[in-house]
Design a protein around this ligand. Structure first.
Ligand code: NAD
Length: 336
């Protein structure tokens, strides 16, 4: 238990807001949330904890603003979630992804470096446990065939502008460790689901379309596989990596919950039949639509490193986590 000043970027988004909740429960740190509040950010995500944090609206790409912010608050830790995160948007408009995910990350690294390493000697003690935790995705590894798992040794092979921008940011983070000794740790996680996820993503879309009686769209033949992780399990992994992760290392976080997209839609429909019954089964609304260009076939994570080195373990499997998630959306229908 320490009282560090922690900057959480993108904390009004899906995973960031869950992480804010997690860290408030598990530490005494002073939390600053920085978020531009793009279409994906929502202050409702922070409503329950707003009196316990300092919220700052701002853009990680704004060099002068970020410099002033670091000079003013002298954060000891940065947990970096802020990103453009939706693959479909990166296909129709990649430019924001390059700016936020690459240039924005660079800006944060540069100011962390100035604050922690380029400071007068008498301030160095204050930053001796400084950490920059970079949140990334398993999509940087590209796609898998029917077998195999992504490990931390897997070569990067991103296929979408989103994953390419995240891969670039991972490399810049890595370079700050090797070149300047900046205390960084990177996590690469599989697909998350849970409360506060933006309605554009697969699981909220399935729930929304199902309960509004519309066709439930599934890309291609629905056989694409993702490795699903309940968001709070991701948050516990991030916290462990931040507190105990080895500097300069990357940790893959995944729930060993590989599921086909069509299976996801079927399970949600079955749970809705039970939780919100109607005359006909929800499954009848499932409709196959034209596949996404460059759609990766399968992602699956080998999480042995974080499990063995840091003692992390997911608490939820897909079937328990999805029930909680549907219950949350049914109580918070304005979020669909
Ligand atoms: P999200 O889209 O829900 O939230 C992103 C947040 O960042 C939003 O609140 C948005 O307002 C903010 N933001 C965007 N551009 C900004 C900018 N220029 N300056 C400041 N704030 C800005 O995303 P998410 O799903 O919570 O993902 C968070 C992070 O986790 C991302 O880095 C993403 O790549 C990574 N990740 C996500 C998943 C997933 O399944 N969602 C899986 C692995 C990794």
């Amino acid at each position: 238990m320490k009282n560090d000043k922690v900057l959480i970027t993108g904390g009004a988004g899906f995973i960031g807001s869950n992480y804010v909740e997690y860290v408030l429960k598990n530490s005494e740190d002073e939390i600053f949330v920085l978020d531009k509040l793009t279409y994906a950010g929502n202050l409702k995500n922070l409503e329950a904890v707003s009196h316990k944090i300092t919220f700052i609206k701002g853009d990680i790409c704004d060099t002068e603003f970020i410099q002033n912010l670091f000079e003013k608050h002298k954060f000891q830790k940065v947990v970096h979630f802020a990103a453009e995160s939706h693959v479909d948007n990166s296909i129709s408009g990649p430019s924001e992804f390059i700016q936020t995910n690459i240039v924005g990350t660079f800006n944060l690294l540069q100011n962390s470096y100035k604050t922690w390493m380029n400071c007068p000697n008498d301030l160095k003690e204050e930053f001796k446990n400084a950490r920059f935790l970079h949140i990334s995705t398993d999509e940087v590894y590209g796609t898998l065939g029917e077998t195999g798992l992504f490990t931390e040794e897997t070569s990067y092979a991103p296929n979408s502008p989103y994953s390419a921008s995240k891969a670039s940011s991972d490399f810049i983070v890595r370079s700050y460790f090797h070149t300047y000794g900046l205390p960084v740790v990177t996590t690469n996680c599989s697909n998350n689901y849970g409360p506060n996820q933006h309605k554009e993503k697969l699981i909220p879309t399935i729930i929304r379309k199902a309960i509004s009686g519309e066709p439930i769209p599934i890309y291609g033949d629905g056989k694409n596989v993702r490795d699903w992780l309940y968001v709070m399990d991701h948050c516990s992994g991030i916290y462990l990596a931040l507190e105990n992760g080895k500097l300069g290392e990357t940790y893959n976080i995944g729930g060993r919950n590989e599921r086909e997209n069509l299976y996801i839609a079927n399970v949600i429909c079955e749970l809705l039949d039970e939780m919100l019954p109607k005359n006909s089964p929800y499954k009848e609304q499932i409709t196959f639509v034209k596949d996404r260009p460059g759609h990766d076939f399968r992602y699956a994570i080998d999480a042995s490193k974080i499990e063995n080195e840091l003692g992390w373990k997911a608490k939820e499997n897909f079937e328990t986590g999805i029930r909680k998630t549907i219950a949350w959306y049914l109580k918070n229908r304005d979020r669909l």
